[in-house]
Ligand binder design. Structure first.
Ligand SMILES: [Zn+2]
Length: 472
């Protein structure tokens, strides 16, 4: 079978066929103003699994993921700290890369920064002004005129009638925020005239000093590295409107090419313990928050990829514990078969790569599940079912190696468990203590705290639950 996904634009499952030699894929990258949280990582990991699956299907993938290093948030936060925008954003960019590496994500083929592509963005804006799709305002800003693009709203399935009313109501008005809700459909900013709060962060343009709006960077950079039309564009579902809708409008009007993107790939939201993630609930976990609780990057990766990308994933501490058991079951199953087959774990590590044939092996069902709208949960189930029949045949071992590559699980190469050094039983007790506290069972919580202390560890409350440290 060949990989397919549900294309947001057609709302249908479609087989992914590259239009040229390489499969060209663009994913909206991070805005680097703080550490990414697990909701962001769920989206990036889903894209990583898709890319790996395409590679296992024999495709060469050209993967572009941008760095948003200028926007409302990065400017505001860098000013607060009195740092230059580049110094501030570079720090968070480095942190993002370190987190991605821990989670075993493949680095993109190209990772362009918005601030290094100002001229590409400007020339696109100029073209839109010249062709009547955009207009300048008195403050030196430029707005895209959405009434000039017939297909506006098709991707996000915006109600045409509602939009028509909106356009009449907001006639002459324009929206200069980078992010806004459906109710605020209006002409959006391509270029923002310089304001005092921008500080030193401005560039020269035909309309005076200013900076690009957020949406234009993805149109300009995807065009530069992938061309006017490319295969797949990915992002979290929250980017579908307005960001991706605006990208389509800008790109198709500026280049005249249609479609801008052949397949749109959106992943659903992440919930934490059944609730929406938010700062006020204190559940915006970062990778470091979870590592401090004793979980390994591989367990976190497993928990974040194990749901279907089109369904909301409820991330819980139990799901991390389940990931831990699943991984250890997987290791045991593979390990004993390798022994029978006379293959070492090191030798098997070298087989975790694309290239194996799945047809006719016991992992064919798992591969077919991955091809069927990237059904990771079904594929994982198939893997565990197949392990029972695993007799160590070479073709089966190779197929398993490629399957693990698709998931990004180097099951015998995860050194992070040693690096973190918190024994499993300690993190387990700490989690149970935390749950006991949530349930107001303070006697049990206290008992567990004592047991942890007796074992030489200290558990204490933190803003997002608990942390564990070796006792002094
Ligand atoms: Zn984007």
């Amino acid at each position: 079978m060949k990989p397919s996904i549900t294309n947001t634009l057609s709302r249908k499952k479609e087989e992914l066929i590259p239009s040229e030699a390489a499969f060209k894929m663009y994913c909206c990258g991070p805005t680097v103003y703080g550490p990414a949280h697990i909701g962001n990582f769920r989206t990036f990991l889903t894209q990583d699994v898709l890319r790996r699956t395409l590679e296992c299907a024999g495709m060469e993938v050209l993967h572009v993921r941008n760095i948003t290093d200028v926007d409302d948030k990065t400017i505001r936060e860098s000013q607060k700290l009195g740092l230059s925008l580049s110094k501030f954003t570079r720090k968070w960019e480095d942190k993002f890369h370190a987190d991605c590496a821990k989670l075993n994500m493949l680095p993109p083929s190209v990772e362009p920064r918005a601030t290094e592509h100002i001229s590409e963005q400007l020339s696109m804006v100029e073209k839109l002004v010249d062709t009547g799709h955009a207009y300048a305002t008195k403050d030196g800003s430029v707005y895209f005129k959405i009434s000039t693009f017939e297909n506006y709203g098709r991707l996000a399935n915006l109600d045409r009638e509602h939009m028509a009313t909106q356009m009449t109501n907001s006639a002459g008005e324009a929206n200069n925020a980078d992010e806004y809700e459906r109710e605020s459909v209006a002409d959006f900013a391509l270029w923002k005239g310089r304001k005092p709060e921008d500080g030193d962060n401005f560039w020269k343009s035909p309309w005076g000093e200013g900076r690009p709006g957020w949406h234009i960077e993805c149109s300009a950079m995807s065009r530069k590295y992938l061309g006017d039309t490319f295969d797949l564009h990915g992002g979290g579902i929250d980017l579908c409107f307005p960001h991706h809708e605006n990208e389509i409008a800008q790109s198709e009007c500026a280049t005249g090419a249609s479609p801008y993107v052949r397949y749109w790939f959106h992943s659903a939201h992440l919930m934490v313990e059944g609730e929406k993630m938010s700062k006020s609930l204190g559940n915006l976990f970062t990778l470091d928050d979870l590592l401090k609780k004793g979980y390994t990057p591989q367990q976190i990766r497993y928990a974040l990829i194990s749901g279907h990308y089109r369904q909301q994933l409820n991330f819980t501490f139990k799901s991390l514990d389940d990931a831990k058991s699943a991984l250890s079951k997987l290791r045991k199953g593979v390990s004993s078969t390798l022994k029978e087959a006379g293959m070492s774990e090191e030798e098997f590590n070298k087989l975790i790569k694309p290239g194996a044939e799945f047809a006719g092996t016991i992992f064919e069902g798992a591969w077919n599940a991955m091809c069927d709208d990237l059904n990771v949960p079904r594929a994982l189930g198939e893997i565990f079912a197949a392990l029972g029949k695993f007799g160590g045949k070479t073709a089966d071992i190779k197929a398993l190696g490629s399957m693990l590559y698709a998931f990004g699980l180097d099951i015998f190469a995860d050194n992070s468990e040693k690096a973190e050094e918190i024994p499993a039983e300690i993190s387990d007790m700490a989690r149970r203590r935390w749950e006991a506290k949530q349930a107001r069972n303070f006697a049990l919580a206290d008992e567990l705290r004592k047991s942890i202390a007796d074992a030489g560890w200290t558990v204490f409350d933190s803003k997002d639950g608990f942390d564990i440290k070796k006792s002094q």
